[in-house]
Structure formats: C-alpha cells, structure tokens
Design a protein around this ligand. Structure first.
Ligand code: TYD
Length: 274
C-alpha cells in the first residue's frame, strides 16, 4: 500500500469540512496589483465579520522568510531551476504547517499572495523544470492543502513591469525574478491563463486593468457565488447577508436589517436592494 508522502492537517480532516476556514490565493505576473487587491478584499471580508489572515510566498513563516531571502537575492539561481523549485516548496511546507493550516482549522479566511501556481508557472512553464517534478514537490509540500479558489490577476506584462519599476523606484535593483525579460513575463502570463483553463472550478481570471477600485469590484463579483457557498457549507457565518445582487453587504447593514418579509417590502419602498 502506498503511504502518503507527507501528512498536512487537512488530509486528516478532509471528510469533515464544517468550521474549516476558506483558503484563497492570489496569482499573477509582476506588478499585477495583488498586494493592493489583497488589502481591499481583506477589508471587505472583515467588514462582513470574517476573521482574515493575510500571508505571502515565498515566506509567511519564519522558515519561509529565511528561504525567501535566499531565493529573491538570487543566491540560489546558479544552482538551477530544480534547486529553486525545491526551495520554494520547502518554504511552502513550513508556511502550511505553521500558518495556513492552523488558521484554516480555526475557521479563518487565509489569503496568500502567491502559492503553488507560481511554482508551476515561474519554475515549470517559464523556467523549464519538468512539470512531473513540480507536481511531485507539490504533493510533498502541500499534502492536500489546496486553495478553495485562486484569483489570477491578468495584466499585459509591459504594463505590469512598468508598474513594478515605479513601485520599487528606479534606483532599487529588480529582484531575481523581476529582472527576467518580457518574453519570460509573457510566457508566465500565458502559463497562469493555461492553469485557469485547466482548473476552472478553482481559478478565476480578473483583468488587472483600470483603477484599484475597478479591479476590486471585478474580484468581488467573480468570487461572490463560490464564497457564499463555502461560507454556508462550512457554517462560518458572522452576520452575513448575501442578497441576490447585493453580495458583500457590510456587517453594519446586516445588523440593521429587518426580518426577511419586511426587508423585501422595505427595500421595494425605499428603492434599496439593488
Ligand atoms: P515578491 O517580492 O513577493 O513580489 P510579487 O509577488 O509582487 O511579484 O516576489 C516573489 C517572487 O518570487 C516573484 O517574482 C515570483 C517568484 N516566485 C516564484 O518564482 N516561484 C514561486 O513558487 C513563488 C511563490 C514565487
């Protein structure tokens, strides 16, 4: 009989998901705007009464942050893509054990800035490391901890690189992966889109064009249905009310609301509830 390669907390509780939090990951190329969108979504979910933990990869845990430094400084680059993929996976394994799984078990929403799709894309698709090797590392590192959904922010790499340059300032050198050329950035963009096509249940693609507010609105619309389902199925509650067209009502609005029948009439009278 084949033994599991590693046991994360999730594989032990897979049959009973009640009370388990929701795991959301953000992915995209350089300068796609993940950080600001994570901040806006976190605010929104907290307003709804959910407890949110935001984190990032590589890093997120003390061991993960130590490995982050090795990777982003470029110190591991000379050892090749496989070595880098192993290091990203080691960082992930620590991050899952110490941060992600404990928060999910405590019923929190975990939002991670990058996760395994970045390894598939950066090391696999654009870095040319064999995908079978990447998938094996995934099994070892993740042991069943898979995002409930993944938001891929899609942006033209030229625009993304310009934004990233502006963000870090002209004087600061790009990191190990920011310095890769436009061809690499384009193959990463296509890589994320390919994953989204292969796993439509898990992934949503949202255009990163426009203002922060516009992108945020697109994200809310894209994840609304799935998030509602998970919150109900896992009994995460927290003063939430999801109307047909008014997902993500604030906790304050939910607290004020009247019983269902009256709400309908009241909404019709006042013209609210759009
Ligand atoms: P970071 O400074 O966190 O910036 P951002 O996510 O905004 O781009 O950089 C992390 C870099 O590491 C990023 O260039 C993508 C890369 N990366 C990989 O190559 N593989 C991975 O598995 C992960 C998680 C990140």
């Amino acid at each position: 009989m084949t033994q599991p390669l590693r046991q994360s907390g999730k594989s032990q509780t897979a049959s009973d998901q009640s009370g388990r939090g929701v795991f959301i990951t953000f992915e995209g190329g350089e300068g796609a705007g993940k950080t600001s969108q994570i901040r806006l979504l976190t605010q929104k979910l907290e307003e709804l009464g959910l407890s949110v933990v935001t984190t990032r990869e590589p890093g997120g845990s003390p061991g993960g942050e130590a490995i982050r430094h090795v990777l982003l400084s470029g110190a591991a680059e000379i050892f090749g893509g496989e070595m880098e993929a192993i290091l990203f996976s080691a960082s992930r394994s620590d991050h899952i054990d110490l941060v992600i799984e404990p928060a999910l078990k405590a019923g929190k929403v975990v939002i991670s800035d990058r996760f395994f799709d970045s390894t598939r894309v950066y090391q696999g698709i654009s870095g040319k490391v064999d995908m079978a090797f990447i998938k094996l590392l995934e099994q070892i590192a993740c042991a069943g901890t898979i995002p409930d959904f993944t938001i891929i922010i899609d942006l033209d790499p030229e625009e993304g690189m310009a934004r990233a340059r502006k963000r870090r300032g002209e004087k600061v050198e790009p990191d190990r992966f920011e310095k890769d050329d436009l061809k690499d950035q384009e193959s990463r963009r296509q890589g994320f889109l390919q994953i989204a096509r292969e796993e439509p249940e898990r992934c949503v693609v949202v255009s990163g064009k426009g203002t922060e507010k516009q992108v945020h609105a697109r994200i809310c619309l894209a994840i609304k249905g799935r998030l509602e389902e998970l919150i109900v199925a896992r009994r995460l509650g927290g003063g939430m009310e999801f109307g047909k067209k008014t997902a993500f009502k604030s906790k304050r609005a939910a607290a004020k609301r009247l019983p269902a029948k009256q709400t309908k009439q009241g909404a019709a009278k006042s013209g609210r509830g759009k």
